[in-house]
Design a protein around this ligand. Sequence first.
Ligand SMILES: [Zn+2]
Length: 310
Amino acid sequence: MTNTVAFISHADCGRHDTGWGHPEHVGRLRAIPRALRNDFDLYESVDHLEGRHASEDEIALAHDSRYVASVRELAEAGGGRLDADTVASGGSWAAATAGAGCVLDAVDLALAGKTTRSFCAVRPPGHHALRDSGMGFCLFGNVAIAAHYARRVKRLDRVLIVDWDVHHGNGTQALVEDDANIRFVSMHQWPWYPGTGAAGDRGPKRSVWNVPLPAGLPRETYVGELLRNVDAATTGFTPDLVLVSAGFDSLAGDPLGGFTLEMDDVSRLTRELASRAGQWCRGRLVSALEGGYAPDRLGEAAVTHMRALL
Ligand SMILES: [Zn+2]
C-alpha cells in the first residue's frame, strides 16, 4: 500500500456540452486543475491519471441496456434533451462513458492495492440518473455502476456509499437499494430537489440511510449528522470499499443549495471517512465528483478533499 492519492479524470468529460447558461458546464472541471496548480506540493504529490471509458456492458451493471444504447444513439445523432434540465450533446457519450470509466479505474487501483484512495473529477455527474432515464444533469450513475462493478465483477462482499451532495442521491438509491450488501448514506437538503430521500425511506432491504436536513443549520450539525449515520450504517457491516459521492454544492454559497459547509468541513469529513476506511478495508476509498456549481469554490473544495485524502 502506498500513500499516494490518484487524481483521475478524462479529457472527454469536457465534451458533454449542456449549452449556454447551464449550471453544469465544463468550467466546473477546469477549476480543479487550476486550483491544484496553486498548491504545488499537492500537485506534485498526487498521481495524475487519465481513466478509461466504461463499456456498455459495464454501464448496464446498473442501467437498462436499452437506455444505455439510447444515450449512445442520441449522442450519435448530435444530441437532444433527456429531461427538463438534462441534455446530451454529440460528445456526451464519450463524456459519460469516460466519467463512469474513471470511477471503475479507481476501483481497480484500490483493489490492486496500488493506490487505495482516488478522487475522480468527472462530469456529467451521476447520482440522479435512474435505471432507464437521465435526470438532474446526470446520464449514468457513476458511483452506482462502480458499486455493482465492485460487487459483481470484483466479488467484494460489502460496499458503502456516502453521498454528501446537497441533493438527494435518488438515482444511486434506486440503482443500489435492492442489494442489501451495498449500503447507502445520503445527506441532503430538505425540502429540496428532487423531493425524495425522507428519513423513513430505508429502501426494501433497509440498506439506505437518508439524512434530510433543512438549509442554513450550523456547519457542525451537517458534519455530525452525516458521520452519525455513517456509523449507524456500518454497525455490524464492515465495508470492503468506500465510495463517496462528493458533491461540493453542500458548501456555503452554492447557487443550487443552502447548506453551510466550509473547506474545513470538507477536510474533516474526508479525514473521518478515510480513517474509517483505514480500519475497515485497508484504506480503499474512491471518491467521485457530483455537484458543485460555484466553480472557484468547487476547485478549492476538490483540492481540500485531495489534500485530506493524502
Ligand atoms: Zn447536487
